[in-house]
Each structure stands twice: as structure tokens, then as C-alpha cells.
Design a protein around this ligand. Structure first.
Ligand SMILES: Cc1ncc(COP(=O)(O)O)c(C=O)c1O
Length: 320
């Protein structure tokens, strides 16, 4: 019998996303008849809106079953560019858009593209685990920036400044955040942009939850600030906003200087994202948005219920 296969040394430093492992265990328990409430993964329990599903079904029937261009279908890249320009307030050309397999692809490519052995990447803690995992995988060092409840689950920009060293290459921000729901203010974003400009840093701005905002909170994309589009990779996707987790479609908005790099990484890994799914995504972006709004209303109602039933956070006064 073959002995256990020896994997490459680099596999010693890769992490994981435990939410997927917990999901598998929860499903196994459910199969034994237990009643399970899934809270572990960012998975909307709604089905993908009908108009999106219909568009993808028609696409299959119309023969959209071949390889699309590696960066995405032109009509989807154009729709993403228009949507980004309109919602995030900075000019995006279709050539800056890469459609990937999940938003996860965008972060993996950003780190593969930019982080050399010994480079430092500042990552939110707690935060989405893959930023840290892939940084370590490529031989970089992830430097956690604590996210605290006392600061409304926003990073402290002075603390961020204190973590920057000559080896810092990339800063990852995620607003609205997983897992805390924290939202950076315009003031925070402006100060982070100043730091990025002053220290010549690249920002990976994970904005996958940008449409899921409550109580009038504002989403500010750091790429919309002066001088920042050239040094920011914006990550978004269809999983959360349109309840399309299983379609595996995300996208990157990259500066012109990274177009060739992203092209190489996409071609070397996925070749392209599924064609008919991309037709569904065009409908998601350009069709009616009522389902998105209805899902956000429901998420907010659930959030309010959980917060009302949770122990109170110490007030600002008590904290001092
Ligand atoms: C913060 C954050 N970024 C990115 C992703 C990636 O999502 P997907 O690969 O489904 O687009 C997730 C999914 O949970 C997430 O929570």
C-alpha cells in the first residue's frame, strides 16, 4: 500500500475557512434528523431571484455553453463597470473588470500578484480567514489589526498607522465586515487612503457586503478617493447581494497597472467563469432590484431580533 503522500512544504502554511467544515458537519447532523439553524457561513437562505435564474436557463438553451473570454463576457464587464461607476462613484472602464470564480478568487489573485516572501499584509482580526491563509501560503506575514466592539467594530486608524513598516505591501479592508458587520465611516476611509498614499501601499478593498447596509449607513469605496483607484483592488461579487453563492461569480476592479497580472493569473487558474452564469449575472445587475431590497429588509429584521436578545455592549461612558 502507498504510504501517506508527501505534500509540498508550502502546504504547511496554508489555512482554511472553517465555515465550510462546520457546514459539512452541520449537514451531516441534519441528515440524522436534527433540526439545525445555520449561522456559520455567509449564505443567504433565499433562492436566487427568478429573473436571474430564467436568464441563465435561457442562456443554456441558447447555446451559451462555450468558453467565454477569460476576463468575462463583454456585456457583463460593461454592466459591472456601469454599476460600479454609478454606485461607487469612480469611473470604471470594462477593461478594468475581471469576472472570477467567486469573490474569493479576487483576493487570492491580489495576494499572489503582490506579496513576496517576507512582505507584510495587514488583515482585519477577526476577519475573513482567507486573507491570512493565502498570505502565509505565499510566504508573506499577515499582521492582524484588531477590530473591537468598543470602536463599533471599526478598525482604529491610528493603530493601523502604527502597524505599517517598510515591509508592508498590502492593507486589506472589509467594509461592511465579515464577521462583525462593522462599517468604516467616510472619515476612516479617508484616513486609510492618506496612509496608503503616504506609505505607497496597495489596498484590497473587500466590498462584497456593500449592498447589505442598515440604518442609513453609507458605503464608501476607498477606490473613489483621489489617487486611490490606481492602488486599490475592489472585490465584489454576486453571492451575497443576489443570493447566488452556488453560482460562483465574483469580480475584481483593478487598476490599469494590474490588468496584465490578473489576466495571467486567471488564465493560469480558472480560464474563465461559467458562461451561462455570467448571463444570469448581467440580469442580476441590470434587472429589477426589488428582491435585493426585500432581502436586506429581512436581514435587518433578523439582525434587530438577535441584537435585542443579546447581552448589551458596554456603553461608551462605562468603557472609559
Ligand atoms: C468578506 C468576504 N469576502 C469574500 C467572500 C467570498 O465570497 P464568494 O467567493 O462566494 O464570492 C466572502 C464569503 O463568505 C466573504 O465573507
Amino acid at each position: 500500500m502507498m504510504r501517506a503522500m508527501k505534500t509540498a512544504a508550502r502546504m504547511d502554511s496554508i489555512g482554511t475557512e472553517t465555515a465550510f467544515e462546520v457546514s459539512a458537519r452541520a449537514r451531516a447532523l441534519e441528515a440524522t434528523g436534527r433540526s439545525i439553524v445555520y449561522l456559520q457561513i455567509g449564505e443567504p437562505d433565499f433562492d436566487t431571484p427568478d429573473n436571474v435564474r430564467d436568464a441563465a436557463k435561457r442562456a443554456i438553451d441558447d447555446g451559451m455553453t462555450h468558453y467565454p473570454p477569460y476576463a468575462g463576457l463583454p456585456e457583463l464587464r460593461a454592466a459591472i463597470a456601469a454599476d460600479t461607476t454609478a454606485r461607487r462613484g469612480f469611473a470604471v472602464e470594462p477593461s478594468n473588470v475581471f469576472v472570477t470564480v467567486g469573490g474569493k478568487g479576487v483576493m487570492v489573485y491580489a495576494i499572489l500578484a503582490l506579496v513576496d516572501r517576507g512582505d507584510e499584509v495587514i488583515v482585519p482580526d477577526p476577519g475573513y480567514p482567507i486573507y491570512d491563509s493565502i498570505t502565509r501560503f505565499v510566504g508573506g506575514t499577515s499582521v492582524p489589526i484588531p477590530i473591537r466592539q468598543e470602536n463599533d467594530f471599526r478598525l482604529d486608524v491610528d493603530e493601523l498607522a502604527s502597524l505599517i513598516t517598510p515591509r508592508t505591501k498590502l492593507v486589506v479592508i472589509n467594509s461592511p465586515a465579515n464577521p462583525t458587520g462593522g462599517v468604516l465611516t467616510r472619515g476612516d476611509i479617508e484616513r486609510i487612503a492618506e496612509l496608503a498614499l503616504r506609505h505607497d501601499l496597495v489596498v484590497l478593498s473587500d466590498e462584497i457586503y456593500a449592498r447589505i447596509l442598515y440604518d442609513g449607513a453609507e458605503h464608501v469605496s476607498i477606490a473613489s478617493l483621489p489617487g486611490m483607484a490606481e492602488r486599490t483592488i475592489v472585490l465584489d461579487g454576486f453571492s451575497k447581494t443576489y443570493a447566488m453563492t452556488g453560482w460562483r461569480l465574483g469580480y475584481a476592479i483593478v487598476p490599469p497597472s494590474l490588468i496584465k497580472t490578473y489576466s495571467q493569473l486567471v488564465i493560469n487558474t480558472i480560464s474563465c467563469a461559467p458562461t451561462f452564469a455570467q448571463i444570469g449575472a448581467v440580469e442580476a445587475l441590470t434587472g429589477p432590484q426589488d428582491d435585493v431590497d426585500a432581502m436586506v429588509v429581512e436581514f435587518k429584521a433578523r439582525r434587530d431580533l438577535i441584537v435585542a436578545g443579546s447581552p448589551k455592549a458596554p456603553s461608551h461612558h462605562q468603557r472609559r
